[in-house]
Design a protein around this ligand. Structure first.
Ligand SMILES: *Cc1c(COP(=O)(O)O)cnc(C)c1O
Length: 432
């Protein structure tokens, strides 16, 4: 399988697409042809790394990594993505828990897979100079990438995060590593971090000198593993209950939801999709008006979704077309901070479930669907992070201390260190 820019051009091998991150013409890499699967042929209720080996095989065909796919999946998928039934009367509702990894958010899937593939590519190429992975983060990506690459031979990581715009525990996960991880707080917002990363990659001299590669959700190596948990949850539910599943995905840069779109397009039993956004309304406004109007992001309680210019829309449009055609596949609703707060409280009162602010946008959208929508089909709300990562928001709302998952607790013990910089690439290159 080869990969091509969303804007056309010559196909490249998987390992080149992963190491480049973004295509030279500014587009995003996508497979030249998406494989198709017949759900009836797929195993169900198997460990996620086994399913990943089957689903990702065609994506690795002909690649220098194809012989190592099984080990890559075993290294990357070290924790499950369980589907948990939510008691809600006659309705069929489940939560897809994507927060069982080392940094307690779904970003661990993509980051671990990327680290597993990149470290093998670097070894195969025998590069003497380490690869420098640059990652701009609105909160969770940087922690997941740092955790996945920490002490990986032949790599170092530069994490760019917006000063004061991430939760205290997120900040800790971005800054507690040392060794081959450099953490930089940027005076600005996430969009400034993303712009800095893009400027670095656009500079060929810097790129060559430091062997730069990108770990942002635009990297195709992050997207591939994410489609696996949509395939798994939809297949397992279909096997047990004989019907397809509808998904509500809390959305920012559109990487997680795009992986769901891929799963649907590959033939897995995914029915409707709804993208839940926070007050950053670029996507719902686009679906309504048909005009793509990226803008600056606004800060919200669901900070990992504070994105005003969702990069992966370019892939989604390439897959399914413009707003008119996209409306056949998906809807999108914006959820305010007041609604997020209310929803965290309501879900706790209703079932004792404690959800993070991002996952709360999904619950809000679900609870506000027309009753016939909710009753006619099975819905899966995607739980993107563990509530304990956002304790300062969630604990006052539910009036309880949230138990911290073991791996997260271990990281929180480590000391943290970082520099604060102006939003200027010279400040970054000076530290490389
Ligand atoms: C990154 C993130 C999101 C948004 O995912 P995208 O792929 O950027 O749309 C939602 N929730 C949490 C907890 C995240 O870390």
């Amino acid at each position: 399988m080869n990969y091509r820019s969303t804007r056309g051009g010559a196909p490249v091998a998987l390992e080149d697409a992963i190491m480049a991150g973004t295509a030279p013409d500014g587009g995003l890499f996508v497979p030249v042809e998406l494989p198709h699967f017949d759900p009836a042929d797929m195993p169900t209720h198997v460990p996620i790394h086994e399913l990943a080996q089957l689903i990702l095989k065609p994506f690795f065909d002909g690649s220098q990594l194809s012989g190592e796919l099984d080990e890559i999946c075993a290294d990357a998928f070290t924790f499950p993505a369980p589907l948990r039934n939510i008691e809600t009367g006659t309705e069929k509702l489940s939560l897809l828990e994507l927060f069982r990894g080392p940094t307690a958010a779904f970003k661990d899937f993509g980051a671990r897979f990327l680290a597993a593939t990149m470290s093998r590519i670097i070894r195969q190429r025998g590069n003497t100079q380490p690869a420098t992975v640059v990652v701009a983060t609105s909160g969770d990506t940087g922690g997941a990438v740092a955790a996945a690459f920490h002490k990986q031979p032949g790599t170092r990581v530069v994490v760019l995060f917006p000063e004061g715009r991430v939760s205290p525990r997120q900040e800790h996960q971005l800054t507690c590593w040392g060794d081959n991880i450099i953490s930089l707080a940027v005076k600005g917002e996430f969009d400034d971090c993303q712009r800095l990363a893009k400027e670095l990659f656009a500079d060929e001299a810097i790129g060559a000198e430091h062997n730069l590669c990108s770990a942002n959700s635009i990297n195709v190596g992050r997207l591939l593993p994410q489609s696996v948990y949509y395939a798994q949850s939809s297949l397992d539910y279909m096997a047990a209950n004989g019907e397809a599943s509808n998904y509500i995905v809390p959305t920012g840069n559109l990487g997680n939801a795009f992986a769901c779109a891929w799963a649907k397009q590959m033939g897995f039993p995914v029915a409707d999709m709804i993208l839940a956004t926070n007050a950053n309304r670029t996507i719902p406004d686009y679906l309504e008006s048909g005009n793509w109007e990226p803008r600056n992001s606004v800060a919200t309680l669901a900070s990992a979704m504070d994105v005003g210019n969702p990069s992966n829309m370019e892939r989604l449009r390439q897959l399914w077309g413009d707003a008119d055609s996209l409306r056949d596949h998906l809807r999108s609703f914006s959820v305010s901070d007041a609604e997020i707060r209310d929803q965290i409280r309501v879900e706790f009162d209703r079932t004792g479930l404690v959800c993070c602010p991002h996952t709360a946008t999904g619950f809000h959208v679900y609870r506000n669907l027309p009753a016939e929508d909710r009753q006619k089909a099975h819905w899966i709300i995607v739980a993107t992070a563990h509530a304990a990562k956002f304790d300062e928001i969630v604990e006052p709302l539910v009036g309880e201390t949230i138990p911290v998952p073991d791996e997260l607790a271990r990281i929180l013990e480590w000391p943290s260190a970082f520099d604060t910089i102006e939003a200027d690439i010279s400040e970054i290159t000076a530290r490389l």
